[in-house]
Every structure is written in C-alpha cells, then in structure tokens.
Design a protein. Sequence first.
Length: 237
Amino acid sequence: MEQESRLAGMQRPGGRTARVREAVLAATQDELVERGFHGLAMDQVAARAGVGKTTVYRRWGSPSGLVADLMTELAEQSSPHADTGSVEADLRANAASVLGAVTDRRLGATFQAVIAAATCDEEAAAALRAFYGRRVAEWARAVERAVERGELPEGTDAAEVVRAVSAPLYYRLLVTKEPVDENVAVRSALQALAAARAGAFVRAVPPPVAPSGEGERSRSGRAQNVTTADQGSEMRG
C-alpha cells in the first residue's frame, strides 16, 4: 500500500474539476491528520483548498463523503503487487508496503483517523472496507500465482494469506500501540507464509449435496430403522 503521503504533490490530467478535486482531497487529508475525523469540517476544508463552500457541499455532501473519496484516491495511487517469482519475496514486499504506509507520518495518521471514524460512521466504514478490499485483491494475485507455481497448496485462500501478513502490524498499531518496524514486518510475512505452506488457509471443501429426493429417502430409512428397533424392544419386553 505504498502511496505518496501527500495528495497535493501529484499532477493528474484533467481540467478545473480535476484540479478542484485534487485540492479538496489534499485539504481533507491535511485536516484529518491535524484534527481527526470528528474535527473534519466542510467549511475548513473549502477554505484550505481555496474553493467555494458551495462546491464542497454540492459535490461531497458531508465529511464522510470527503473521506470516502479520499480513500478511493489513495487506493488508486497504491502500488501494484510485487511479482518477483517467489512467494516469500512477494509477501515480504507486501509487509514492507504496509509498514511504509502505517509508519509514514501523514499517511499513517490518515489511516488511523479513518479507522477511528469507521467505528462510528457507516459511510467511513464502507470507504475503509472498499479501500482494503481493493488492496487485498491486488496483492492476492501474487499469492494466486504462487499456488499456480506449486509453492502453496491448491485451494489456498489468497486473500486470507494477504490479510494474515498485515494483521499483526495493524494490531500493534491500533490495539497495543507497540512500535512496528522492519523486523516485525518480516516476521509477519514469514509467519503467514509458514501457515500458508502448512495448509492453514486452504478453503474447506463443503460436503457433497445429496441428489434431490435422496435426503428424504435417507431420513425415511432412519425413521423406519428406529420404528423397527422399537418394535423389537417391545417384543422382547
């Protein structure tokens, strides 16, 4: 999930509409970093971006709308998955990408603000799910290729492997507030890899579905067996 830590540094093609969006999203990120989600004010974002308040209200509607668009932009800026030809190297690259994002002063603060917002705002939560859904799907392709190469078992849930790489980093960042560094990132990648090689992420195979009518016949047979057993017991009595 490597991105530029500041949106305003990116030049995107387009006319005035694209420039307004870029300025507003950069201002939104600034405000999130400095004030958090609950301090995010539409008027302040408009002033910081140098655009009219009516433009911001008309296009984004609410602070949650600003956050949702910001997360979309961050997802679009994210680096593609690694493709080194080695699943270990790819997972290490994924862990390094997550580490770079969460420890970046601006980007890490942005994620923490949005994650906090997601606990009490459904639109922010939806934006966060969409962001991570896109990033997990992107990196899952590296795991799928590893399965094709025979490095991981058939049936491995690629998305779950990717989630397992980043989960320890986010746990330390958000729950225990422990420091995260390169050693933690490498260990997370290697632990996820060991579990994947052992088959921990292989999807469970559902039981076969009985043909239509077979289940009913089976239940009828069991009922008949019970009735016969009861009759035999009565005769013996």
